[in-house]
Design a protein around this ligand. Structure first.
Ligand SMILES: Nc1nc2c(ncn2[C@@H]2O[C@H](COP(=O)(O)OP(=O)(O)OP(=O)(O)O)[C@@H](O)[C@H]2O)c(=O)[nH]1
Length: 491
């Protein structure tokens, strides 16, 4: 995701404003203009950017800024809140219930990732205990049925389609009858895509919808289409009662802003994002972490404060360095698990660590997650040091290694594979964090409460100490922290 760049630009704009001696209307406008340009370049629709700025100006009180409150924090919080509210259409989307039959229809342009996403969606719910089924009502693209069939077979999901029937409505109806009889509770209908928004595509969509009466129509949008997102989403909304959006290819060059446009145009929430071609590269969409990432904030502040509490002080800089240098090894994952296990209320901690939240530990299932992490750690205990420290993703392609680890830990090959998949997912995620600048003031304030400057100067990375003006600068800074505390600190 090309989001860090946006975060950097916004941070710079805020910094410039903070540096100004007097914050007046003009300075604030210049800052918002720069933020607007950055958001526009991240594919947020121009009109939305303008509305956002107007709202922020209404919210931000210049007198507060002038009174020496933390300016960066006030504006950043206002931008954050505005973006979150843009992504919130005000009503949740239809949510399938296990055992209660529902029909979900997928629509989108050709190549948006619709067929792939149908299977990912089915697989996601299959893992939750649903009985999904897939219908290929795409008679336009020759290979569509084969593609769906192949994906569905791999995931062990029943499918329906035809090589000879040319009427998508008929296929959809027959598929529905078949799967209703088989008591499937999540019947997914994949429809045709076209190169452009052609009238024929929309007419066909309307007919399939009329024949299947879907409980939910999901619009699948390629996250990298840029500024075209709004118009595309709106065109679909006008022809089908779109109730939710899935943004695909967020692993590529997507800048993320298209998601905001799609929500605005369809007045429907984004429910998932696609982050790769593989079936489980699919994430539940959560607004706040997404906006944090869009702004380059991550959940770092909370995470770093938490690290303060559990990682021995002298290991902190090293850990931060390792986490952001792009080489996420199995050993690092093991160490993180160790930290997590000692951090107390798991759900709070996990939700802060990028990548560790919803997938590894769904809400309300903390006990199972804890058991799973322990299981993973037992398997890693059976690995060699070379395996734990390796950065070669192909190392475990050798089946004999996987079998050895399984035997050594008394677990199945499937368990080991699951753990390695989790590792791959996290490694991929952390590789995107490479070089990310971590806000350090929050954690420094916590350090400051516990240590004296002399002590702290030994812990901080030398470059950072230099930036702070050496030991003298650090002492000054710590004096300031003494009165305020972390809540007042900017990022
Ligand atoms: N990198 C990446 N590729 C994806 C993602 N989702 C889908 N793709 C790829 O995008 C391409 C198009 O996906 P399809 O599922 O065939 O697209 P479609 O919208 O069904 O296309 P039509 O059936 O022609 O309408 C395929 O190569 C997919 O593997 C994603 O989240 N990330």
């Amino acid at each position: 995701m090309v989001l860090a760049e946006l975060g950097g630009r916004i941070s710079r704009a805020l910094q410039e404003m903070t540096n100004a001696t007097v914050i007046d209307e003009k300075v604030l406008t210049a800052c918002l203009n720069e933020i607007s340009r950055a958001l526009f370049q991240a594919d947020v629709q121009l009109k939305m950017v303008q509305t956002m700025c107007t709202n922020i100006k209404k919210i931000v009180n210049l007198e507060d800024l002038a009174a020496g409150h933390n300016k960066r924090r006030i504006i950043q919080q206002a931008v954050f809140n505005e973006l979150c509210s843009m992504l919130d259409p005000g009503k949740p989307s239809f949510s399938p219930q296990k055992g209660k039959p529902s029909v979900i229809m997928f629509v989108g342009l050709q190549g948006s990732g619709k067929t792939t996403t149908c299977t990912k969606y089915a697989y996601h719910y299959q893992k939750k205990g649903f009985k999904p089924a897939l219908i290929c009502a795409d008679t336009f693209r020759a290979g569509a049925f084969d593609q769906l069939k192949q994906n569905a077979t791999k995931a062990n999901i029943p499918f329906y389609g035809s090589y000879t029937e040319t009427d998508p409505v008929k296929i959809a109806q027959e598929g529905l009858e078949t799967f209703r009889a088989e008591k499937c509770d999540l019947i997914i209908v994949d429809t045709s895509g076209r190169h452009k928004q052609e009238a024929a595509l929309f007419e066909e969509m309307r007919q399939v919808a009329a024949a299947t009466s879907p409980d939910l129509v999901i619009f699948v949008m390629d996250g990298s289409i840029g500024q075209a997102a709004f118009d595309q989403a709106q065109a679909f909304k006008q022809s089908a009662s779109v109730g939710a959006v899935i943004i695909t290819k967020m692993d590529g060059h997507a800048k993320g802003g298209g998601a905001l446009s799609a929500v605005a145009a369809t007045k429907s929430p984004v429910i998932f994002i696609g982050t790769g071609e593989h079936i489980d590269e699919f994430e539940t969409f959560e607004t706040k972490p997404f906006v944090s990432r869009l702004l380059g904030m991550g959940d770092w502040a909370g995470f770093m404060d938490r690290i303060q509490e559990v990682v021995p002080m002298d290991q902190q800089p090293e850990l931060i360095q390792k986490l952001t240098d792009g080489n996420f090894t199995l050993r690092l994952m093991y160490e993180q698990f160790q930290n997590i296990m000692s951090m107390g209320p798991l759900n709070q901690v996990m939700s802060m660590i990028p990548g560790f939240s919803s997938e590894l530990m769904p809400k309300g299932r903390e006990k199972e997650s804890q058991a799973k992490i322990k299981k993973f750690m037992t398997m890693m205990d059976s690995m060699t040091s070379a395996e734990l420290d390796s950065t070669n993703p192909k190392l475990f392609a050798e089946a004999s290694r996987v079998m050895r680890v399984a035997r050594g830990s008394g677990r199945s090959v499937r368990d080991v594979t699951e753990m390695l998949e989790e590792y791959k997912r996290l490694a991929k995620l952390w590789s995107k964090m490479k070089g990310l600048k971590i806000p350090k003031k929050g954690d420094m304030s916590a350090m400051a409460r516990n240590m004296n400057a002399q002590h702290m100067s030994k812990v901080l990375p030398p470059q950072m100490l230099k930036q702070m003006g050496g030991l003298g600068g650090l002492q000054n800074l710590m004096k300031q922290f003494g009165g305020g505390g972390p809540k007042d600190m900017g990022k």
